[in-house]
Ligand binder design. Structure first.
Ligand SMILES: Cc1cc2nc3c(=O)[nH]c(=O)nc-3n(C[C@H](O)[C@H](O)[C@H](O)COP(=O)(O)O)c2cc1C
Length: 206
């Protein structure tokens, strides 16, 4: 049997809760999200509180923390413009994507700063980046303010609807994505990341 520690999250600091959650809920896929500011600046940042919400219709979620109730540029842009582009972070682009997590003024572009190349979208105004094998153009389906204390909101939960997929041809195999060719990376705790490990198959239960 395991010898489990028994801990009430209320007794923990914000940092300790962060460490338990990000160390336990692993591996987490990393979305690189581009969005457009009011002044037309292309904003880019990575987010690992990211997942599928529904495949029919195609919906995904990203949760963006606030700092002392203040929204990050990505949340503000998505809520104002109602559009964004999600890219799958992989072994070939993760170093540049990581650079975009730097806090720079809202009137500067992390995409440019990291040496990433923008590419026009088809159905949304926000451009994507060329250095991703999969990108999904999204429109804002739902925005939910969550958590925090009293009037101070803790995070913005963004639900996006995928309105267009861009998928590198060589990954695409009879309607499926080849996981090894995609080479998606995931985030663990702190500065640690992981590659796809050994893949194994289980029979579907009947
Ligand atoms: C790999 C990685 C994953 C991250 N995941 C999240 C996340 O899920 N939610 C969040 O609020 N911030 C996350 N961050 C931090 C944001 O990327 C960072 O605050 C960024 O500066 C936000 O950019 P913006 O202000 O331009 O929106 C992550 C950073 C890294 C490097």
């Amino acid at each position: 049997m395991f010898s489990l520690l028994s801990i009430d999250p209320i007794s923990l600091s914000e940092r300790d809760n962060y460490k338990f959650l990000t160390g336990s809920i692993i591996p987490r896929p990393v979305a690189f999200i581009t969005s457009l500011s009011e002044n037309g600046i292309v904003n880019g940042a990575p987010f690992s509180y990211f997942n599928i919400v529904s495949s029919h219709p195609p919906l995904l979620s990203v949760s963006i923390q606030r700092k002392d109730g203040v929204q990050k540029d990505t949340s503000r842009n998505i809520i104002e413009k109602g559009e964004f582009v999600v890219h799958i972070t992989d072994e070939t682009n993760v170093e540049k994507v990581n650079k975009t997590a730097a806090s720079i003024p809202a009137n500067e572009s992390e995409v440019e700063m990291a040496g990433l190349t923008t590419v026009k979208s088809i159905k949304v105004a926000a451009p994507g980046i060329q250095e991703a094998k999969i990108r999904m153009e999204c429109v804002l389906e739902h925005w939910i303010e969550l958590g925090g204390n009293g009037d101070v909101v803790g995070c913005d939960l963004i639900i996006g609807r995928v309105v267009h997929y861009h998928i590198e041809e060589s990954l695409y195999d009879h309607g499926r994505i080849d996981p090894e060719k995609l080479g998606a990376i995931s985030r663990l705790a702190g500065s640690n990341y992981a590659k796809i490990g050994e893949i194994f198959t289980l029979e579907r239960p009947k």
